[in-house]
Write a new protein. Structure first.
Length: 416
């Protein structure tokens, strides 16, 4: 009788241990899934209509087209045979188990700062929480000499770093959480940090003033994130969570980032990123708008007399949403006066938006999708140039004029 009781007690203890282990694994899988959102893995490795993380995205670079890989736990086509150390080396060093070097379209120079704990959770999620897929993405086949992947070891030696994340001395825990997110998993520097002649990020952490000081991506001018003097911390949170705030609406490559990554972040992490941005400063307070110039533009558009071609095109095509004030409607239509995309040195982003339109993503906190139509079939190149020039020089904007050749170049790129 005593033996049966002892045996039953062991069975109960083992059952409890297995249940606790399963619960721990479930918790770790959920944590890893959240970290995959922070790292924006889905944006590059998941195509619409294809299994999650099965790869195949064509990434255009100065070297040629690079295709994202299958990172499901499929043992033949994915990463199912990777050990955790091999997984870590691929993510943080850009080196596959067979020694093949990845191209830095995979942002391993930033991912190098991911902590061991986050790598572990990420590994558990991909091995246990993602369904295997036998999808075989196209092979990346760059022209010589870029096809010689062994050369990446020298690039890594010169431009990558295996330094772990270093907290900012004197900063709050919230600011340092934000710094960790933007420097590592968020890989914000891959777009918002200027690049050198070898396509390397010129800075990899907050200690360098060049980090997140702005750059260029596929012809679009990418703004600096240091300070964001025109936005409050809450406006930054709103933008990252929904793709819109009282001043702006998302466009270009950032649309995918918000859809797949930042809109899934916790409120605490969004606030941490916003706190880090304000902590960095980097810019003096934005100058007050030129009141006289703003009033003059508003008055002329309101009177609708003796209009230039650009002004007439604005009233006919843009005024209903952005109004004669150029202020738009908070959280619905973005403002044009003092907007970053309008005043960028390179007008490609503005021209692209006029021609192709834009659509905000549907997110949990802002499920409605608001779309701006494209005007490529309605306006010719000369008209687009005139319209863009007015927008860049109306109200308090003071950007350079746009010419027909710039419009033609963007229009041609849309046909590819």
């Amino acid at each position: 009788m005593n033996f049966k009781r002892v045996l039953l007690a062991h069975v109960v203890l083992l059952a409890g241990a297995f249940a606790a282990s399963a619960q721990a694994d479930d918790s770790l899988i959920k944590q890893g899934e959240y970290i995959s959102r922070l790292g924006d893995c889905g944006a590059c490795h998941t195509l619409p209509g294809k299994p999650a993380f099965s790869g195949g995205l064509a990434i255009e670079s100065n070297l040629g087209t690079i295709y994202s890989t299958n990172i499901t736990p499929d043992k033949q086509h994915g990463i199912g045979n990777y050990s955790e150390q091999q997984f870590s080396d691929a993510v943080r060093k850009g080196v596959l188990p067979d020694g093949t070097h990845l191209y830095p379209a995979m942002p391993y120079p930033d991912y190098a700062k991911i902590t061991d704990a986050d790598i572990h959770a990420l590994y558990v999620y991909f091995m246990q929480g993602v369904k295997p897929s036998a999808e075989q993405p196209p092979e990346t086949d760059l022209s010589f000499p870029f096809s010689q992947r062994w050369g990446m070891r020298f690039w890594n030696w010169a431009f990558a770093s295996d330094e772990p994340f270093r907290p900012i001395g004197g900063a709050t825990a919230e600011v340092n959480r934000g710094a960790y997110l933007v420097e590592s998993l968020g890989h914000c520097g891959s777009c918002h940090t200027p690049r050198g002649i070898a396509m390397n990020e010129k800075a990899l952490d907050s200690s360098d003033s060049r980090f997140l000081s702005g750059g260029s991506l596929n012809g679009w001018e990418v703004p600096s994130l240091r300070g964001l003097p025109n936005w409050t911390e809450q406006e930054t949170v709103d933008y990252l969570a929904t793709g819109r705030n009282d001043k702006a609406a998302v466009g270009g490559e950032m649309t995918s980032v918000i859809e797949h990554s930042t809109s899934w972040m916790s409120e605490a992490d969004l606030k941490a990123i916003s706190a880090w941005i304000k902590f960095t400063g980097g810019h003096p307070p934005a100058p007050a708008p030129a009141t006289q110039a703003v009033s003059a533009t508003e008055a002329k558009l309101t009177a609708a007399k003796n209009l230039t071609t650009g002004e007439r095109l604005y009233l006919d095509n843009c005024g209903a949403c952005h109004f004669v004030t150029g202020k738009g409607a908070p959280r619905i239509f973005p403002q044009l006066d003092q907007a970053t995309i309008v005043n960028a040195g390179d007008p490609t982003g503005l021209i692209h938006t006029i021609l192709a339109g834009a659509q905000q993503p549907s997110t949990a906190k802002a499920p409605s999708t608001l779309a701006m139509p494209g005007f490529s079939s309605r306006l010719n190149d000369e008209e687009v140039a005139q319209l863009a020039t007015f927008i860049r020089q109306g109200w308090s904007n003071k950007a350079d004029a746009v010419n027909v050749e710039q419009v033609k170049e963007v229009r041609e790129s849309l046909k590819k």
